[in-house]
Design a protein around this ligand. Structure first.
Ligand SMILES: Nc1nc2c(ncn2[C@@H]2O[C@H](COP(=O)(O)OP(=O)(O)OP(=O)(O)O)[C@@H](O)[C@H]2O)c(=O)[nH]1
Ligand SMILES: [Mg+2]
Length: 427
């Protein structure tokens, strides 16, 4: 394609960040820009209260404009949410053709770029349009104009496109959700891996998963056949991946989900809610944190993650905090991160998904959280009994089997609903 070279050049960006108080840390916004495919040529920071018209101070905007001009930078990325007026005012001071994007739009771009399955693509597109719409509606002059003209206006056009996407989404079933519902009925416990982007969720899924992928036994599902990709890149995972994990004989489905990030637009969360609400319906939610983050970042990310889980209606008693990447930190740092986590949630499990350290402890903690019932079931010792016994081994944790004349006694542990169903059949 003829634009490949120019596109590369156009991906140079200047990142600008303002905060009311220092420090102004640009690591995350630079990582987000990189994930969106930009090469960050420079960063500019300012400690100042927000200017209602320009977001930054006027002098800072002029300095940014000068840097953009002299270095031929194509894009300015602002780590914040700009009002339509601020957007226009800053853009007016930048050299012509400079693209100005804020944090929300950047995140949406990354999602758009990373989404691969049809549903995710449709969801992101809908969010992009909703974002455009909110911009139109917030801009007093254009909004007024569009409301007046209604049909044929950009606003009407956006509403129409959003509506059509909604219909398409309704017509596009989510294979994962349906599959997990069926699996639950068959006795699988559900574990969801949640947490801030880049915490190591996908690495943990690989570590926990049985060798066999679900798709090896089941109908083909897009959701289960994809392997969770791991990369030191934000928002590597956008679609859920589910793998089978066996914990002390008990079959568990473990799902890796899209990572959280500060200021992830609420509606975007809602639109990915089939993914995120995995957490709400799961028996256990592993909230993964990156133990190697600096204390302030650690605290912020943990809080963002807890907020998202709360928003999704996740029962806190089902959350197990997991401090990951402990291979990168010393004992003292780990103690501090543990204290922060325990203060916000409860006692965490510290692991390294990369080298496998303490995965056994994590499995034990998960096991303790699974809903269990222990019962002794009796079944007649007949021809059909053997297949029932082997079925019990597949769906429950069998502690003991005793044969007494005409009766087989099974001492089992498992999901109450599974034991109920089994018991009803053998009686
Ligand atoms: N040192 C160390 N690095 C780890 C560990 N676990 C994951 N990583 C690295 O952290 C980076 C992110 O890992 P992922 O598993 O892709 O993280 P994620 O949470 O799935 O990220 P997103 O899908 O982008 O939200 C990769 O470079 C991993 O190799 C760990 O225990 N120790
Ligand atoms: Mg991932």
């Amino acid at each position: 394609m003829q634009h490949s070279n120019t596109t590369m050049q156009q991906k140079d960006a200047l990142v600008a960040k303002r905060r009311s108080e220092s420090p102004v840390d640009t690591d995350e916004i630079v990582a987000l820009a990189t994930a969106a495919g930009y090469t960050v040529a420079d960063t500019v920071t300012q400690v100042r209260h927000e200017d209602p018209g320009l977001y930054f101070g006027a002098g800072k905007v002029d300095a940014i404009a000068a840097m953009v001009g002299s270095n031929e930078i194509s894009t300015v990325i602002v780590d914040g949410e700009l009002t339509p007026a601020q957007h226009r005012n800053i853009a007016e001071r930048l050299p012509d053709e400079t693209r100005l994007i804020d944090r929300i739009r950047l995140i949406l771009d990354i999602f758009a770029d990373q989404a691969t399955d049809t549903r995710a693509k449709l969801q992101v597109e809908r969010e992009q349009l909703r974002y455009e719409l909110s911009r139109y509606e917030a801009a007093p002059d254009e909004g007024w104009f569009n409301r007046r003209t209604e049909k044929g206006s950009p606003r009407y056009d956006l509403l129409d496109r959003i509506d059509r996407l909604k219909q398409k989404l309704e017509e596009t079933p989510h294979p994962g959700v349906r599959m997990r519902r069926q699996r639950r009925e068959q006795g699988f416990d559900l574990v969801t891996i949640a947490g801030y982007t880049n915490a190591g969720k996908s690495t943990l899924l690989h570590r926990l998963a049985d060798d066999l992928e679900l798709s090896a036994h089941d109908d083909h599902h897009q959701d289960t056949s994809a392997t969770a990709a791991i990369e030191d890149r934000l928002f590597k995972t956008l679609e859920t991946t589910t793998r089978r994990v066996t914990i002390r004989g008990r079959p568990v489905l473990c799902t890796d989900t899209v990572g959280y990030v500060e200021a992830l637009p609420h509606r975007l969360i809602a639109s990915f809610s089939e993914t995120l609400s995995e957490a709400a319906s799961a028996d256990v939610v592993l909230l993964v944190t990156d133990g190697s983050d600096e204390p302030d970042r650690y605290r912020d990310k943990l809080q963002v993650s807890i907020d998202v889980l709360d928003e999704q209606g996740v029962d806190r008693s089902r959350v197990i905090p997991v401090i990951n990447k402990i291979d990168r930190i010393d004992e003292r740092t780990l103690r501090e991160r543990k204290a922060l986590t325990t203060g916000a949630l409860c006692e965490p499990v510290a692991i390294s998904a990369r080298d496998g350290r303490h995965i056994d402890r994590l499995l034990q903690r998960i096991y303790e959280h699974l809903p269990v019932d222990r019962r002794v079931l009796e079944l007649p010792n007949e021809a059909a009994a053997m297949s029932l016994v082997s079925e019990a081994y597949e769906t429950m944790d069998v502690n003991d089997v005793t044969y007494e004349g005409d009766t087989i006694r099974l001492d089992v542990e498992g999901r109450p609903s599974v034991i109920d169903t089994f018991e009803a059949r053998v009686q």
